[in-house]
Design a protein. Structure first.
Lengths: 410, 133
């Protein structure tokens, strides 16, 4: 028991560091974590370390997203409403809303998953033959949601570029698909934003000290409900990411404070479902769940109970830490040089890519940064860069992979 | 959209295209490593390899998938041929009946691990060659 608590705390500490570092995600360090298996007495302890790191990182990652404008994919759409509140001196309220959304969605998500556990496997099986239609529909809807013709054209261009890029990298022998995701996602979503940030100067205004929430209880419950349902759908359906689900929810009228609650709810419900999906549908649905599968193989019911217990414990801890940091960090940020932070992170991630993947990794990273920057300068949502995963998934589920790969001769 | 922004868009777009072109050139020039079946292990997961072995087990799935197990000196690896892949094979005149027991095949594909079992997943028709019945 003490070992479990200690490893959970260790994982949470690692999750805090990952969450605070812009451009970093647990997927980036899973190979590193798996290589540390010799330091853990049992595979269960390593699995607990992965789960506590993943959950804490989700909670804490809103801090760089909102305060530094440096999100990861799951929190990218939270930047705008969060930043707006920060510029009104309500940065702490923005963080508090994400914590409420995360904790609310965790509780509601566990209840929904427990009640509907027998349905998911069936839904997954019957939806599989139609998944490519579903993914294509989401992609088209996402592109059309830009509304103006010029932006729709730009979004189509970025989606196509990212899609072709994803097909080339993930279906060829240039890098193993397992290793290729790090440079792809870091470049498209993390480093491209930091590169753009280096040419901008931001200043945080003095923050209001109160912890009042300017959102009604009904709105909050509605947002938690929406976030949980959308998060579970993201976990269940392959290749539909948090940003796609958040875009759909946003199109349904959500914005501002309630959107912050919803997007944080989507992130947590998705991660919880992804971890439990190993048991429910026998398929890992996130980087962390792939790691758990590698460590533990097939999960038993008791394994799930243990992991859910760790998720609950770590979430409580992460919530308290995030609220504490959300109050303290803005004061420190005024003293830091944003440009230097961004440059240091760019150098750090690039070095990591080179060490793990060599020159091919750097080529992929630079291409991903270029595509991410194209989306930035075209003024469209970064979510369109998810074409890098969506197009290969559409091809795979439509059974087109052998034909396309033969034509391309890769 | 100002002039500076337009220039940045063009620069980023062109460098994206250049990057994709370079990755494509690297992809068509890069050949998977040829290794013996016994050398395939979980450290190779995600990597493309070429190997060969005898068909020791085969089974069909109602959804159109076809699963082979190839062996060499007691080492066994699964080769899943998914429905889309099987329909491409049929176009070049290869069907389930052509994969006879004890036939020797050369397979190129990505090493994967499914429920603790190592697999080689071929990606295109040219990745499977039946060399001896």
């Amino acid at each position: 028991m003490l070992e479990i608590l200690f490893v959970s705390l260790l994982g949470s500490s690692f999750g805090i560091a990952l969450g605070l570092l812009p451009g970093m995600h647990i997927n980036n360090v899973i190979p590193l974590i798996l290589s540390l298996s010799a330091f853990f007495n049992s595979p269960y302890l390593l699995a607990i370390f992965v789960v506590s790191t993943a959950i804490t990182q989700i909670f804490v990652s809103y801090i760089p997203s909102i305060f530094l404008g440096a999100p990861e994919e799951g929190t990218s759409l939270a930047v705008l409403p969060g930043h707006r509140l920060l510029l009104e001196g309500r940065g702490y309220e923005a963080i508090k809303l994400t914590v409420i959304g995360s904790v609310g969605s965790l509780i509601f998500g566990i209840i929904v998953i427990t009640l509907l556990k027998d349905v998911f496997g069936y839904v997954y099986e019957i939806s599989r033959p139609y998944i490519h239609f579903c993914i294509s529909g989401v992609a088209v809807f996402m592109i059309l949601s830009e509304k103006k013709a010029k932006k729709i054209l730009s979004a189509s261009l970025v989606f196509a570029l990212s899609g072709i890029f994803g097909v080339m990298v993930l279906n060829s022998s240039v890098l193993s698909s397992k290793n290729a995701l790090f440079p792809i996602l870091s470049g498209l979503f993390g480093l491209s934003l930091l590169v753009a940030n280096t040419s901008e100067k931001s200043k945080i205004p003095s923050q209001q000290g109160d912890s009042r929430l300017n959102i009604s209880k009904i709105e909050m419950i509605k947002s938690i409900f929406l976030g949980t349902v959308a998060g579970i759908m993201v976990g269940l359906l392959p290749a539909i990411g948090v940003s796609q689900a958040a875009t759909l929810v946003q199109l349904g009228g959500g914005e501002g404070r309630n959107f912050l609650v919803t997007i944080s709810g989507i992130n947590v419900a998705n991660e919880v479902f992804s971890l439990i999906s190993l048991f429910l549908v026998g398929n890992p649905r996130s980087g962390a769940s792939v790691a758990i599968q590698t460590i533990l193989g097939e999960l038993s019911g008791w394994d799930v109970v243990l992991l859910v217990g760790v998720i609950c414990f770590t979430s409580g801890l992460a919530a308290v830490i995030t609220l504490y940091l959300g109050k303290k960090i803005p004061k420190f940020l005024a003293r830091l040089n944003y440009k230097m932070i961004s440059i240091s992170i760019i150098l750090f991630v690039s070095s990591l890519v080179f060490i793990l993947n060599g020159p091919a990794g750097i080529l992929i990273l630079l291409t991903a940064i270029s595509i991410g920057l194209t989306a930035n300068y075209l003024g469209i949502r970064k979510g369109h860069c998810m074409g890098c995963l969506l197009l290969p998934s559409i091809m795979f589920f439509a059974g087109l992979n052998p034909l396309i790969i033969s034509i391309l001769r890769i | 959209m100002d002039l500076k922004n337009n220039k940045l868009i063009i620069i980023c777009f062109l460098s994206s295209l250049t990057g994709i072109a370079l990755i494509y050139v690297a992809a068509i020039r890069m050949q998977p490593a040829t290794i013996e079946l016994k050398e395939i292990n979980s450290n190779l997961v995600g990597k493309a390899v070429t190997t060969e072995g005898f068909i020791t087990y085969k089974s069909s799935h109602p959804a159109g998938h076809f699963f082979l197990t190839i062996s060499e000196n007691d080492k066994k690896v699964q080769v899943p041929l998914f429905a889309g892949f099987m329909s491409e094979l049929k176009k070049v005149g290869i069907g389930e009946k052509d994969f006879k027991s004890k036939a020797r095949i050369v397979v190129t594909g990505t090493v994967d691990e499914y429920r603790g079992q190592l697999q080689i997943v071929p990606r295109k028709v040219e990745d499977i060659k039946i060399i001896r019945d």
